[in-house]
Design a protein around this ligand. Sequence first.
Ligand SMILES: Nc1ncnc2c1ncn2[C@@H]1O[C@H](COP(=O)(O)OP(=O)(O)OC[C@H]2O[C@@H]([n+]3cccc(C(=O)O)c3)[C@H](O)[C@@H]2O)[C@@H](O)[C@H]1O
Ligand SMILES: Nc1ncnc2c1ncn2[C@@H]1O[C@H](COP(=O)(O)OP(=O)(O)OP(=O)(O)O)[C@@H](O)[C@H]1O
Ligand SMILES: NC(=O)CC[C@H](N)C(=O)O
Length: 590
Amino acid sequence: MAQLRIALAQTNPAVGDLTANAERLVAWTRDAADRGAHLAVFTEMFLTGYPVEDLVLRTSFVEASIRTLEETAARLEREGLGHLPVVVGYVDRAGLAPRVGQPKGAPLDAAALLHEGRVVTRTAKHHLPNYGVFDEYRYFVRGDRLPIFRLHGVDVAIAVCEDLWQDGGPVSVVGQAGAGLLVVPNASPYEKEKDDVRLELVARRAREAGCALAYANQVGGQDELVFDGDSIVVDASGALVARAGQFREELLVVDLDLPVSTAATGTFPYDAGDGTTITVDRFVVSSEPVEPYAPEPGVIAERLDLPAEVYSALVLSVRDYVAKNGFQSVILGLSGGIDSALVATIASDAIGPSRVHVALMPSRYSSDHSVSDADELVRRQGIHARVVPIADIVTAYEKEIDLSGLAAENLQARVRGMILMGLSNEHGHLVLTTGNKSELATGYSTLYGDSAGGFAPIKDVPKTMVWELARWRNAHTCPGFLLDAERPIPENSIVKEPSAELRPGQRDTDSLPPYEVLDRLLDDYVEKDMGSRELIAAGHDPALVARVIRLVDLAEYKRRQYPPGPKITPKNFGRDRRLPITNRWRESAG
Ligand SMILES: Nc1ncnc2c1ncn2[C@@H]1O[C@H](COP(=O)(O)OP(=O)(O)OC[C@H]2O[C@@H]([n+]3cccc(C(=O)O)c3)[C@H](O)[C@@H]2O)[C@@H](O)[C@H]1O
Ligand SMILES: Nc1ncnc2c1ncn2[C@@H]1O[C@H](COP(=O)(O)OP(=O)(O)OP(=O)(O)O)[C@@H](O)[C@H]1O
Ligand SMILES: NC(=O)CC[C@H](N)C(=O)O
């Protein structure tokens, strides 16, 4: 057996900022070298950020990625770090026949080994995910090579992210070819409880490959995705050796005892077990095992429980959206209700209360408690507040244009939206939109009113979970949250009955079923895609099924115009669920 110290760089790249990502790679490699690592592993497409979407269709972007890779290899050598092999993800292109619109070879979701100033080898993801939020058939062609390099006597193989999630392909070839360690750069987005799925998957694949497995995952927010980190190292039996924290950057350094290999080097084709062939390139970086040293025990970070995990995802997502898009501050309408209270608290935790602005915009129908509950939140959190009464503005509209019923009610929400956008234009705040997933599902929001804004932090959070998160946050905090306040959300905002307050005495339950009932039904219809017969068979009330399905189907146009926000469930409104707006299919008629 031989010892090997590996460092997994669980870091937060910025999509499109290749220079900054390369800079970060050098800094983290220096850290890994200082900690005595023999190999540093970065995440999938780390140099470009992930996902880059249609940027990958531009030749200029692909060329910049390849150039950055090569320059980074040279720079590591210049800075005295060339001795430490680095595995990193980037975008390359295939030397294949060109595809239409891609004159210089189709893009590859690639990973390379850098050592002594050179790009020693390049490989690419074999299995391309093309479901849920992923569209990789649109962007990439599959890789068909598996590098296995001998490092201090140990054979180390490289596969990329989805290659772990599918049977056959690189993992089965690693099993046949007999490597001592499989390293896997990943960009695996968060959804609730996915960490349990990953651990089970990584352990199973290690057993199948018959070797230890080191899984390095990206961390950080990128539009509607948030990456939770959760990098994992298991031994050949699948037993957990080390695990990084969630939602934070971390260099996970692990000492492993791995089998020494004497296999012949060279290029060999293998049956990938999925109807394809993968060519293995076996070569030697160094064959001498390292001098024996005292290993450090593997660190296994404590897991967050469900509300802590979801809340942390929302905080990181808001923090990164604000920072990566160059905002200094945010603004939202604070109504005294629970949705805006939770969004304000997430924002305070993400960027600090001194950068959070709220507008209290009472109308003629606002209850006394809506203002006092909003005031109380402002006092507890120390955020910036201003009061902009809207009654006179609404009256001025009504003088000029005759609106009644719903049209008049919606005017209030629209006036508020206009005020927020005006304050955003004037002061450069990002407008946070406060709708939750239950409202988005049923279309319970006013277009160009409370649905106006730039980023929607809780759009994937069902209303029942909104209350759960508020209660959780009043009782807990986490390292890294920037709000230091006892019970930041007024209890009254949590316990009072939800109301849009667009007309006297209005309650959400006038138009919607109780949220406990609604959310269970929405979960089955939206997330599980059950049809109406299945929903009724699952015990949902037939009349309610018909009514809610109709609401959901008719609100597609509203969701398409809703701002982006973080995905935390297996199926978000956004990339995960794409339905036609113009659509005559009705479940009940089916
Ligand atoms: N297929 C389609 N494609 C494109 N646009 C379409 C469309 N169908 C209607 N539209 C447009 O949408 C308009 C109707 O939508 P919209 O103006 O939003 O109005 P609407 O959906 O009729 O009313 C808003 C609903 O949201 C509730 N609300 C409002 C504010 C806050 C809250 C809360 O508690 O969170 C709830 C309110 O009580 C009401 O039930 C139509 O007048 C039409 O212009
Ligand atoms: N009086 C108000 N002052 C400021 N903003 C308001 C006011 N009323 C509504 N809003 C804004 O419009 C959004 C929609 O709120 P509304 O009260 O209609 O329903 P809600 O979905 O129950 O939200 P909340 O729980 O935040 O009240 C609020 O989250 C808030 O951002
Ligand atoms: N980037 C990828 O290939 C990610 C796909 C994978 N199934 C995941 O969610 O982790």
